[in-house]
Write a protein that binds this ligand. Sequence first.
Ligand code: GTQ
Ligand code: FE2
Length: 385
Amino acid sequence: MTDEDTATPSPVTLTAVNGPDQPPVTPELEDLYRGFEKALLVPLWTRIGDLMPAHPQSKATPHLWKWESLVDLTGRSGELVPVGRGGERRAIALANPSLGGQPYATPTLWAAIQYLMPGEDAPEHRHTQNAFRFVVEGGGVWTVVGRDPVPMRRGDFLPQAGMNWHAHHNAASEPMAWIDGLDIPFQYGIESQFFDFGRDELSEEEHATPDRSFAERLWGHPGLVPVSQFAAREGTPLLRYRWEDTDAALADQLALECEGRPGTVEPGHAVVRYINPTTASDVLATIRAQFHRIRSGAETAPRRETGSSVYQVFDGSGRVTVGDRSWSVTRGDLFVVPSWTHLSIRSEASPSDSDSGALDLFQFSDAPMFTKLNLFRSHIEEDQA
Ligand code: GTQ
Ligand code: FE2
């Protein structure tokens, strides 16, 4: 007997043979399907519903991770697991429950909580994956991007385009946790990754703890770019978007709404997008980042879009509905919105549980992958608004 004789037919093929719209199964037809299988051929009609659905059918599931339990587990890893060359980072990824145990929050996006103990350094490296950090609590870590130490504080957003050298160091006497977002699953899927190790130790100069990075001094002036650098570049040169600026932009949007001037996306819902000052477009080639502020008592209209998002509650509390799931959320909680799945958010923030008196949320998504390929679509359920 040869290997071919012992091959068992796949269930997919048998289903098609017996399918409702298919001709009666004859020995000839069975033989034809056997032939397809041995020749490694798959007829479209056996797979079309899955391969070419009428609209996106995400493999990912809406899911919520509570901040408390993330911080507890990462804190314990801080005590037990060293950070250094090889493992590179003490970063622990959110694994979507329906993505086969892979460390993927969504089919395209990595979201992780990263932790550094006092005095610890995470070694220098670079990679094609685009990345950012977002800080929901604490401070004292500087991320060193291209030898430029950049402070990380609560509410700061720190993008870092692919192939920039980077390391992190905790200059404080307390541990610090923050979240990372990267396009690791996307680049794994399209097989585009490159990775280089940098130096094992940071220099004394890079251990400096300036309040403003070189990048911020050059690029961090609203509406102004240095003429010497006046050329569009993919991946923002600004390495830190300060909380003070984000907070002021959101507060002004809501205040203007009260004065009858447009600016919000819908009543009580202010949104800002982080942009690259050289292109006025998304900060990273593959990742969009936005910040939402929802006035207490307001509820967003159910909305869906192609592509997936991860949200982190920055402040306040509320009720979030994603597809057929619904959760109460508070500071630090992270949740996933799969492609073409309805999202609506009701703010239940009270002045006592939030600085702004509103529900504040950080969002990142894979929207640039979709916009660049003309695949972005969004839809709002207006009548329910
Ligand atoms: O901080 O450089 O969560 O390279 C995953 C990969 C963080 C980082 C992650 C990384 C980093
Ligand atoms: Fe990295």
